[in-house]
Design a protein around this ligand. Sequence first.
Ligand SMILES: Nc1nc2c(c(=O)[nH]1)N[C@H]1C(S)=C(S)[C@@H](COP(=O)(O)OP(=O)(O)OC[C@H]3O[C@@H](n4cnc5c(=O)[nH]c(N)nc54)[C@H](O)[C@@H]3O)O[C@H]1N2
Ligand SMILES: Nc1nc2c(c(=O)[nH]1)N[C@H]1C(S)=C(S)[C@@H](COP(=O)(O)OP(=O)(O)OC[C@H]3O[C@@H](n4cnc5c(=O)[nH]c(N)nc54)[C@H](O)[C@@H]3O)O[C@H]1N2
Ligand SMILES: [Mo]
Length: 737
Amino acid sequence: MTNHLGDMQFSKFILIIGANPAVNHPVGMVHILRAKEAGAKIVCVDPHFSKTAAKADEYVRIRAGTDVAFIYGMINYIVENKLYDEKYLKERVYGYEEIFKEAKKYPLSEVANITGISVDTIKRVAREMAQAKPASLIWNQGLTQHTVGTNNTRIMPILQLILGNIGKNGGGVNILRGHDNVQGASDMGNLSETLPGYYGLGESAWRHFCKHWRIDYDWMQKRFKSKAMMEKPGYALSTWRFGVLDEQNFNNNANTELKALVVIGNGISTTSLLDKTKAALDKMELVVFIDPYVNDVAVITDRKDNLFLLPAASQMETSGSVAATNRAYQWRYQVIKPMFECREDHEILFDLAERLGFKEEYQRSLYAIAKQDGRNEFIWPDDATTEMAQSIRSIALQGMSAKRLKSHCDNWHMFDKVTLKGYGPMKDQYYGLPWPCWSEKHPGTPVMYNDTIPVMQGGMGFRVNWGIKAPDGTNMLSPRKLPHSKLAGHPAITADNIEEVLGIKLSAKEKEATKGTSFSTGMNNILVEKALEAGVCPYGNGKARMIVWDWFDKIPHHREPLHSIRQDLVGKYPTFPDKKDLFRANVRFESEQKKDWKKNYPLNLLTGRLVAHMGTGTETRSAKYLAELYHTMFAEIHPNTAFKLGINDGDDVWVYGVGGTRILVKAKHSFRVDEESVFLPQNFSGIYSGENLIDRYPEGTKPYAVGEAASLVVGYGYDYNTACPETKAGLCRVEKA
Ligand SMILES: Nc1nc2c(c(=O)[nH]1)N[C@H]1C(S)=C(S)[C@@H](COP(=O)(O)OP(=O)(O)OC[C@H]3O[C@@H](n4cnc5c(=O)[nH]c(N)nc54)[C@H](O)[C@@H]3O)O[C@H]1N2
Ligand SMILES: Nc1nc2c(c(=O)[nH]1)N[C@H]1C(S)=C(S)[C@@H](COP(=O)(O)OP(=O)(O)OC[C@H]3O[C@@H](n4cnc5c(=O)[nH]c(N)nc54)[C@H](O)[C@@H]3O)O[C@H]1N2
Ligand SMILES: [Mo]
């Protein structure tokens, strides 16, 4: 999120596309409704008439998986009518001419044909959004869970840059995050392609963390089969099954089949191809769940031994920092001590490290940090927070000490809920110190990329991350200066360039202390402090780029979903070529799309969430009153379609997925879907293809409601870059049971 929830109250227009905050972010939705009360127009673009659509000024129904085409239609109209922000583009953006050229390939009649949205509507939304200053853009999983998920998430900021809306209060691209602390999970690198802080997996990233963890780099390398494997992205949540089931994929994993799985805090029955997950779990040698509840997949697998459930403490029974959707960190105090035999996650992981023989190395930096403070024992989680602050400088967590975060929590009432500004003892700080937070004196950054305020008030240009020259020779530095700085565009600050770039001299001691490092890789904050003194942002001041020169789609293109209801458009807008070794799996694109899927699976399959349940529903279906609100899994189907299929409201129906799997659910007649679509909620588990598994839950742990998991019928299909499953655009068939 470039901005934050309260900031939306400054918006004059809010485009919500592929998100349903009324259901999924009901507290955040309050700010959107406040903006509406103050006169902002709210437009919701969604294939499903959601609760957010019901609250919007205008609902625009779009065919799932066609958002890129819709936005190009808007850009086409904006360019024709010169509604773009020319000064902003010239000064701050690289590659927009290419996008303008591409938009010409999307005449509005063609966009209407692809998306199902009328030409008049495309024009009106484009004009109103362009004329409203500022306009905000919100998205979430409706855009990411597609083969073109990355293209979707690129075209949206491109639109906002064209309108000059990034770096402004009330503007920005505002991606509403999922789980509690999911932003923190990604900041901490709980992803298989990077170490914490988005440093990547290259040798320099490993060396950086080895230094902070006080680990010998060679020792670390020996933990891996080879240096190449150490630096190679691992399996993803969506691809690991192929590493158990499919020999071809073992090659990508150093010819090794996966034998054991430890699941900590994930309800894996929500991942598509649940039948493959089950087959993989049945085959492995060891499966461990670390969870406060019985993970629903533990009852889906047929395995009889070597299946362990380790009871984890809940968030109420533990403490530490968590990151909110706007990059702000908050301290969470323990409410009660862990009950019964459950233990905090980190305690379980410390024990695991001990059994694996590296507990001393695992905890070494915590002891080193305690020692800096004159203690022999480390304090959890405070010293771990210090470790984060010391090592994660790429996104600048260095201003976030445990002490500072606790003071924000203790003085919660001293912050403005709309601007996040602090008062009294919290003056000159923003709530939660949204990153980048460059030093203990920095206030945090509530709105990113605002280059009209000084760096010490959260100002910055765009990050210089891809060199100072584009491959075509264009200068990638911004001609603009931050207030209080003498310097226009400049590269990221390193020990090698600091004297030249800032025009200063380092002392011999400072030189020694920063040798060979950059603003993001040092063991101290010297380079950063010098940049701040000069009034510049340590990561440079560059242009945003609209072209990713080393990707397959250098600029976003519309590509039909893998299983498309519009077979007639597949020829013109084909998917990607098949891809080898995407998170260690060989993934089918073109070869999968080629078949005539529509013949047997004539309906669009949409999935989304219910307000009373969370994720798998493991936790919420175990809460009596929430289970009462939604207790039965259902499929929404348009009455006209249902009539043709002989299905009454409340009938049992089989929904078939393109993989040949099926689920047994209740039909719900609904106008929220169009005649060509079926909607399934994603929050159920515990019934598997007609078989109720409730008796497999250990005594005392049975949920109050169980239901079929949508992920059993969601089709094969992955984002070309991230391997996120295509759960938001697929096909299905419905039959009366
Ligand atoms: N009550 C509740 N709250 C939750 C969750 C929960 O399970 N329950 N889950 C949390 C998590 S982990 C997450 S990630 C977030 C998710 O938050 P959201 O992304 O808001 O969740 P969804 O309901 O899955 O999908 C949003 C909307 O995208 C629409 N959509 C589907 N396909 C397309 C498409 O091709 N184009 C467009 N424009 N729209 C499309 C769907 O119809 C749906 O209305 O919610 C979080 N909050
Ligand atoms: N069809 C379809 N499928 C989807 C989606 C969709 O929109 N449509 N959305 C996708 C998305 S965005 C998501 S995030 C996933 C849902 O994400 P999941 O991770 O599958 O959902 P949750 O139910 O939140 O699972 C969290 C698990 O962690 C456990 N847990 C809770 N607190 C703790 C703790 O402190 N420690 C430990 N160790 N465990 C804990 C819970 O009991 C639960 O078992 O679904 C994905 N799948
Ligand atoms: Mo999520």
